[in-house]
Ligand binder design. Sequence first.
Ligand SMILES: *Cc1c(COP(=O)(O)O)cnc(C)c1O
Length: 331
Amino acid sequence: MADHDCICTQDKVKEYLELMAKNVGISDLTDPALAAYISDSDGLRHLRDLFHYPKCGSLPDVDASLVDPSSDCIYLCGHSLGLMPKATERIMNEQLQKWARMGVYGHLSGDLPWAYCDEAAIEGVARLVGATKSEVSVCNGLTVNIHVLLTAFYKPTEQRHKILLESRAFPSDHYAIESQIRLKGRNPEESMIVMVPRDGEECLRTEDILQKIQEEGDQIAVVFLPGVQYYTGQLFNIHTITMEAHKKGCLVGWDLAHAYGNVPLQLHYWDVDFACWCSYKYGCTGAGGIAGLFIHDRFKDDKRDRMLGWWSHKMSSRFQMTNGKLKRDKF
Ligand SMILES: *Cc1c(COP(=O)(O)O)cnc(C)c1O
């Protein structure tokens, strides 16, 4: 097993805490003094003030005799819905006022013309996932993006028709893959390879994933795995798995729902084919926040079928409304 291989994030966190406790002479990891020390010495501590922390008293099911209702809650739910940044209210209000004042003119006028509003976000999004600006898009919801990407990238043939996923895949991912296989006229029982952790283990070992790719790679069309597993927190070795799957001719896609805004990503450098994520977890965009996707620049001139719309062809001719033969173009 390579040194950098993270079998269980839990062990890594424990190791880190033990080292820190040792450095400050604390023996019990549950000692509140250790928590206070970690909070005080955190270099990102100032960022806490940029978010609204719900007060204990405003949460349902809180026993007011046990906690001070006016105190901030301890929030460990960023994996489900990130906290609200304090700036969100002001930024949203500016746009609501603009809508009230200008109506349809807001599409192309004002500080942030809505027609191009994704361009204001794209640079930051690209940086978060380690991509160039032309490789990322802010659009749809995550489940929809899984479908959109698999529609373009999953092209099963007699020889190569399988999708490799994990047994604990988030239900959306599992069902999307299952239905994509059916949509392409194939049988999920034959075309899904669902990897299960070893007996008694929670996480999938990288070596086992690589071995499976070695054994069945010739029949695998797409490897689709999570960057960070939503249930165990396992950080997958995206680079190694992507490289090894490419050697066998597979396409590799990653669901980054729990990785986006949480762990460093280098999608372009890792040569990932495609990826998608939602933004309302660690991205803190709020319920219904727009999702994102990544397609490696290498596919820029690729002629494979894709799902077109008036927002997915040339910006320069978008408003001509001629429905002419489409010249495919990234915008
Ligand atoms: C949160 C999550 C989803 C949710 O998908 P939505 O379309 O945003 O509801 C899908 N897949 C994974 C792996 C997730 O963690």
